[in-house]
Design a protein around this ligand. Structure first.
Ligand code: THU
Length: 149
């Protein structure tokens, strides 16, 4: 999309976003937990930025997929325009219920969302269900950049 046009997410874009999260999960470095997570961020220009979890031999230093995706987006110069986030875990783990971002990741995603004044929908992808929840529902009364001004 050119000319600064803003998009909304239709069914095709949603499917593309979820596919991107699945592809990101395949890039996960998760040898310790064997729990591969992928995250995909959709921006209002239609572009998608992905991340996957990155673990460490010092176990507590693991980086979540959502955090890696947000850091990548900031590194590309993005400071807002976040419309949606898709998160997927590995097949065949747990009960197949949709996974939701951990608490720290909710706060990390919130920074990018509030900078651009959006409340992105979080697509929590499960084995047979995609649960859609607004970030503001996952993280009510969030602390954000506006509090510091
Ligand atoms: N993980 C994520 O990447 N995102 C989440 O929201 C939850 C957990 C990762 C961290 C760790 O590498 C593995 O999943 C098991 O907790």
């Amino acid at each position: 999309m050119g000319g600064g046009a803003k998009m909304t997410m239709d069914d095709a874009k949603e499917a593309e976003l979820i596919a991107a999260a699945h592809a990101a999960a395949r890039q996960a470095y998760a040898p310790y937990s064997d729990y591969q997570v992928g995250a995909a961020l959709l921006f209002d220009d239609g572009s998608i930025v992905t991340g996957s979890n990155v673990e460490n031999a010092s176990y507590g230093l693991a980086l979540c997929a959502e955090t890696v995706a947000v850091a990548r987006a900031f590194g590309e110069g993005r400071r807002g325009g976040l419309l949606a986030v898709a998160v997927v875990g590995p097949d065949g783990k747990g009960d197949g219920a949709p996974i939701t971002p951990c608490g720290r990741c909710r706060q990390v995603v919130n920074e990018l969302a509030q900078l651009g004044g959006t409340d992105p929908v979080v697509l929590c992808v499960g084995a047979s269900e995609v649960r859609k929840v607004a970030l503001s529902v996952l993280l009510p009364h969030a602390f954000g950049p506006a509090h510091l001004t």
